[in-house]
Design a protein around this ligand. Structure first.
Ligand code: COA
Length: 241
């Protein structure tokens, strides 16, 4: 697969279909993995970390062993923050996982990326008003007109918004209700957000209706730049073989 510098590539992998060699972990990655109990979450981290380094290696023409990722957290000493490629401010990345499905996004030229996935089965069917109220803003609630929201619809709202907040690096420090996106059956658009974020953000739904998961990618360009990156998806297994 050929990759252009102005493309964003999203690589997906299902950990059940993946055999990974933990010997390929870097020193910091190993410390983080060893701090986690043997669990699906630990394996998701390991697969995601190796897939991310392989994806950055493909993007930048380097060997995966030479790619270093920093996950320093601005709020604490744990190594669980937004991933950043050491020594390459021109490469932006994002990582997501849900119930064994792992995605990484890699792009260049200063486009901030946020990728988010949710297995629909993990979301409660017709989530209660409390959870919906923590996620949807007043206009989104008005659009529902009192109807309950299905798990797939709710997950779609969620991933679109979390993708944006991962692109800004704020994550759930900022309430999801501070954003407004289009209804799940409409093409994804960021309608309301702090500052000039709506003008700089491209939102894309990924994976498709037939998938058991929903996913979204937010790409946020610098002020004044062209907000239309080309997005390509690939099979992560081809990177880890
Ligand atoms: C970013 C965040 C929304 C991810 O939530 P999640 O349910 O774990 O969802 P995902 O699986 O989609 O994403 C996990 C990935 O997000 C990335 N990430 C972590 N913090 C991030 C941030 N601030 N911005 C963007 N991405 C972030 C990491 O790559 C992580 O995967 P990895 O640790 O395996 O590399 C959530 O961790 C968050 O809100 N973090 C910031 C606020 C916070 O709680 N900080 C901790 C204070 S000590």
């Amino acid at each position: 697969m050929h990759i252009d510098a102005d493309e964003v590539t999203v690589w997906w992998i299902d950990q059940l279909e993946t055999r990974v060699d933990e010997a390929r972990l870097g020193a910091r990655e190993r410390v983080r993995a060893d701090s986690m109990p043997y669990s699906p979450g630990r394996r998701e981290f390991v697969v995601g970390a190796l897939l991310l380094r392989a994806a950055v290696a493909r993007f930048s023409g380097r060997d995966a062993a030479d790619v270093e990722i920093d996950r320093s957290c601005p709020d604490c000493t744990r190594w669980h923050g937004r991933p950043r490629v050491v020594g390459r401010v021109d490469i932006e990345v994002s990582v997501t996982h849900s119930d064994g499905l792992i995605g990484v996004a890699v792009g260049g030229v200063g486009t901030r990326l946020g990728l988010d996935v949710e297995r629909v089965a993990r979301v409660p069917d017709h989530p209660d008003a409390g959870l919906v109220g923590l996620t949807l803003d007043d206009a989104e609630l008005a659009t529902l007109g009192g109807r309950s929201v299905s798990s797939r619809q709710f997950a779609t709202y969620w991933v679109r918004k979390e993708a944006v907040l991962k692109a800004t690096g704020e994550g759930l420090r900022r309430p999801l209700t501070s954003l407004r996106v289009t209804a799940p059956d409409l093409p994804p658009v960021l309608l309301r957000a702090p500052g000039d974020l709506t003008a700089r953000t491209t939102l894309v739904d990924l994976l498709g209706h037939e998938s058991s998961s929903v996913a979204a990618l937010a790409a946020v360009v610098p002020a004044g730049a062209r907000p239309s990156p080309k997005i390509v998806q690939g099979d992560g297994r081809t990177l880890l073989e």
